[in-house]
Every structure is written in structure tokens, then in C-alpha cells.
Design a protein around this ligand. Sequence first.
Ligand code: IMP
Ligand code: MG
Length: 189
Amino acid sequence: MNKVEAQHSDIERVLLDDGVIQTRVRELGAQLTRDYEGKDLVMVGILKGSVIFLADLMKCVDLDFSIDFMSASSYANESSTGEVRLMLDLRESIQGKDVVIVEDIVDTGLTLKYLQENLRTREPKSLEICTILDKPDCRKVPVTPKYSGFKIPNEFVVGYGLDYNEYYRSLPYIGVLKPEAADRRKKIS
Ligand code: IMP
Ligand code: MG
């Protein structure tokens, strides 16, 4: 065991611990293994939030497949409808491939709707979403992940790849920040 075991002092509450997450990731891996047997699977990780999930998940998919990465920035705020910009594109063509987008969280759905529409134009044979977290109450646009680890309420969470201003991604569990920690890590602009 080389993981950090103690709870970070900035975390108010752990929502999902390491063991619970790992069990669910194994289930999702088994599901993907069944569903993509005999197919030409490409798992597309969305940077940076999906890195820990993708690394764990891909070890649980007992098939030959490839991985690739994309990055998108969402400029959604309360008043706007949300603009999404592609920051990093795939290295390989996905034409005719069975693509699974691997994401950390579906919140408003704006990022994934944009990525889905963008990837569809490249004519994959199939296109699905696999997310570790889903906040269904927060949707501004309809996005339905076929593979979803946990549904959580409308709360800002960090850990297991998810950040607050780039901090806390490395925590092995998913938790809620203490308000004073959020204040301290606030972007100074
Ligand atoms: P969406 O476009 O609103 O669905 O969400 C896009 C991105 O917002 C996700 O990929 C995350 O990077 C970020 N995000 C949404 N909710 C949370 C959260 O609770 N914690 C950390 N990041 C979040
Ligand atoms: Mg993200």
C-alpha cells in the first residue's frame, strides 16, 4: 500500500472512500469488458479530471483497446449558457471505432454535450460516456452517461482526480472541502 491513508485536514467530509470507489470501478470495468468484447474500443480520457479514474478503470477492462486524451474548458457561469472550448485534441482517428468518453463528473452537461457533438462528426461506430460521478440535478442540457459510478447531490467535491483550483486531485477518496480551505485556495485574480 503506497497510498496516503490519512484524511486531508482541508476535507470536511468524505463522501466516497477509497474502498467504495475501487469496488465500483471494478464493476464498471467488468461491464465494459462484457459490452465491448469483439469491438474496437477506444477509451478517451478527458483531461485532467479523469486521469485517476481512467488509470484505475483501464486495469479492470480485460480486453485489447487503446486510449487517447482530450481536454476542454467550460466557461459556464450562472448567467451564460456556457461556452466550451477544445484545448487538446485526440492523436488518432476514431472513425469506425467504438468510443467511450471517460470523465470525472457530469454536472451541467455542457462539456460532455460539446464533446459528444464534436466526436460524432468524426463518425465513430458508437459513442458512449463513462463517468465516475454524476450530479443529475445540475443539468442545463440533457446528457445521459451509459456508465456511471455514483450519483451525488449538488455539492462541490474534490479528490480522485477532481480539483478545486487545481488542488486535491491526488486524494484517493472523494470529499467535500471545509469552507475555510476553499477560501484559502481561491484563485487570486
Ligand atoms: P459540466 O460541463 O458542468 O458538466 O462539468 C464540467 C467540469 O466541471 C467537470 O469535468 C469538472 O472538471 C468540473 N466540475 C463540476 N462539478 C465539479 C465538482 O463538484 N468538483 C470538481 N469539479 C467539478
Ligand atoms: Mg474536469
